[in-house]
Structures are given as structure tokens and as C-alpha cells.
Design a protein around this ligand. Structure first.
Ligand SMILES: [Zn+2]
Ligand SMILES: [Zn+2]
Length: 349
């Protein structure tokens, strides 16, 4: 049997505190991460852990002192688990963060000019208060003894090694539920209505998501994030195309032919526009700087005015008369008066 006291450099009467102190100093010194490729350091690290595993456990220490300890105990323990336990951090898989969530806010097109602070209402999962997030009364999994993993020590070509697998009984949780919490039905988390205040930046794109850190579901490793999706309420006059805005200007026949002064309902107020005589259907007037801000920039896109020629469906007898006179003047051939009425009467017979 090895002299564990000598390995840790402590006397036989050393207190638990002294043993722990010695272990911490030596384990750091000989840790394989600090001595890459050094076989001797690796062996020392193993010995130090073995010694500490025995001497830190009063029962094993007593057996060892009486020379009754058989096999070296570290055969069934993981070196780095012990190290992590003493230094207060976990190895392996970190506790999972809560899931990210998505929520939607509705804003008006005008709100994108200067940006807006809005309140987002959504539901997220938080630890159940009734069971303190435990899901009910827990008992240590008897299969893995609470470790969540099963370890087996194997003899390989270059020495012994440990293989680990997730415990199938508790699925890696390390515990089982003896009684299920009736509030969360064993899930450990319940949905809660939340409100978060978020600032919609000027010109924010509808296809982008706004990240609000820490407002997602709460998990053992901390909260996830909330992603806010933007929805713009339909505007009575304007459509959005990136940083540009589109306005469809309806022009009557006379306006298009003779020109007109119109007002465009811009986002920041009415904009006067001179429509020149002879403006055709589909023509576009661009008003630079009257669109939305480019995200993160001071400059704004354009307001595009698209002309839509509005042909009257119903005309008064007087208007008809005037249009016929106009057609005659410019030599346009039109259907004779009453032609379509007679045509419809013919098909009805
Ligand atoms: Zn509960
Ligand atoms: Zn288990």
C-alpha cells in the first residue's frame, strides 16, 4: 500500500483542512492541463487524487490507518470529478440555459421614424414556487447514486480508463421523483405572464428579430433570451419597401392630362407635389428623404409616388357630352351614343 500521507506531504495527525489544503496545492501543480505530455506529472496527479480520495473520507482514512483498505479507491472514481468537486466547479455538461422565446409587437409605420419604446406581453417558464423547481419530492437515483452517469473502469492497452454513459434510469438527472408536484405536474416550471419593455430602433426591419437578453425561459443554468418580432399595422396610405415608402396617387383623366397640384400624405406631414401635364399611368415621382430611416443611420429613404390613372366608371350626361366633344376634337373614335345599352338589350332577348 502507498503512503498517502507522504504523497500529500502531511503528517498522520493532519486535520481535514490541512489535507484539503495540501491536495489543492499539489493537484494544481500536477494537473495534466498544466503539464501537457508529462507522464510523470500525470502519474503524480493520479496518486494525489487517490491519496485525497482516501484521506478526505474519515471512514476510509480509518480503514487505511489500520491497514484494512484493500483496493485503491480511485479505481471507481473519476479523477477530474474529484478535482472539480474540491475546486468548486463542475466538469462535463453545464447546466442548461432556459430556452429562447419569441414574441411579437405591433407598431405603426409612424413609430419607425424615431423608434418607440413598447411593452411586450408574453409567457415564459419560471421555476415552480410550490416545489422550488424540483418537480416534487426527489430521491437520489439508486442506479447511478445521484451522479447521472454510469462509470465503468476498463483495462486498455495503455492502462486503465473510465468510460461514462448517461444513466438510463434517471436519464442523467441523478434523481427520481418520489412524489409529483401537483402545481407543475413534475415539470419543475410553470408558465407566467411577463411584460418586457423594449425599444424599437428607428427604421427597424420587419425581417429582423430584436434580442432582449435574459427574458427567455428560466433554466437551471440561467435564463434564455427573448426575440421580438416586429409587425407593422397596415397604414391607410403608405406601404413600406425597406427604407422606402410607396404612395399610390390616383389621378383623374383631366388631372393627368392638364397637370395638377396635389398633396401627398407623408409620414411627417403633407407634402405638396406638382404633377406636370401629360403624366401617364405608372409614372413614378421620387421624394428623397421622405422615407424611413435606414437602421442605425441618420439618412432616410425615399417616398415613391406611383401614379395610377383613375378612369371614371359612371359619368353624368353632361360629362359624357363633354368627353364626346373632346373625342371629336382630338379625333378619337368612340362608341356611338346608346351603343352598349342596345347591345345588352339584344342579348337579353
Ligand atoms: Zn412544482
Ligand atoms: Zn441514475
Amino acid at each position: 500500500m502507498k503512503d498517502y500521507y507522504a504523497i500529500l506531504g502531511v503528517g498522520r495527525e493532519a486535520t481535514q483542512e490541512e489535507i484539503k489544503k495540501a491536495y489543492r496545492r499539489l493537484a494544481l501543480q500536477y494537473h495534466p492541463d498544466r503539464n501537457p505530455g508529462d507522464k510523470e506529472a500525470e502519474e503524480r496527479f493520479k496518486e494525489i487524487n487517490e491519496a485525497y480520495a482516501v484521506l478526505s473520507d474519515p471512514e476510509k482514512r480509518a480503514q487505511y490507518n489500520r491497514g484494512l483498505l484493500g483496493e485503491p479507491v480511485l479505481r471507481t472514481e473519476n479523477l477530474f470529478d474529484l478535482f472539480a468537486q474540491v475546486f468548486g466547479f463542475r466538469t462535463g455538461r453545464a447546466a442548461p440555459r432556459g430556452e429562447d422565446l419569441e414574441a411579437q409587437v405591433e407598431v405603426d409605420l409612424e413609430d419607425l421614424l424615431k423608434g418607440k419604446e413598447v411593452e411586450v406581453a408574453y409567457a415564459r417558464l419560471v421555476p415552480c414556487e410550490a416545489c422550488h423547481g424540483q418537480g416534487g419530492r426527489r430521491v437520489v437515483c439508486p442506479t447511478c447514486g445521484g451522479k447521472g452517469v454510469l462509470e465503468s473502469y476498463r483495462q486498455g492497452l495503455f492502462g486503465a480508463f473510465v468510460t461514462r454513459s448517461t444513466c438510463p434510469h434517471c436519464k442523467g438527472q441523478g434523481h427520481l421523483l418520489a412524489e409529483t408536484c401537483p402545481v407543475c405536474r413534475g415539470r419543475g416550471r410553470v408558465a407566467r405572464e411577463e411584460r418586457a419593455r423594449v425599444r424599437i430602433p428607428p427604421g427597424m426591419d420587419e425581417n429582423h428579430l430584436l434580442r432582449v437578453p435574459g427574458h427567455g425561459n428560466l433554466g437551471p443554468g440561467g435564463p434564455g433570451d427573448l426575440y421580438v418580432r416586429l409587425k407593422i399595422r397596415p397604414h391607410p396610405h403608405l406601404e413600406r419597401e425597406g427604407a422606402d415608402l410607396v404612395y399610390r396617387l390616383k389621378l383623374g383623366l383631366a388631372q393627368a392630362a392638364l397637370g395638377a397640384r396635389v398633396e401627398i400624405p407623408g409620414l411627417s406631414g403633407p407634402i405638396p407635389l406638382e404633377v406636370p401635364p401629360g403624366t401617364g399611368h405608372g409614372e413614378v415621382f421620387e421624394l428623397p428623404g421622405e422615407g424611413l430611416p435606414y437602421p442605425g443611420e441618420a439618412r432616410r429613404g425615399a417616398l415613391r409616388v406611383v401614379v395610377e390613372l383613375s378612369v371614371p366608371k359612371h359619368l353624368s350626361p353632361k360629362a359624357k357630352e363633354l368627353l364626346r366633344a373632346y373625342a371629336k376634337e382630338v379625333g378619337e373614335e368612340v362608341a356611338p351614343e346608346g351603343f352598349f345599352e342596345r347591345l345588352r338589350g339584344f342579348f337579353r332577348k
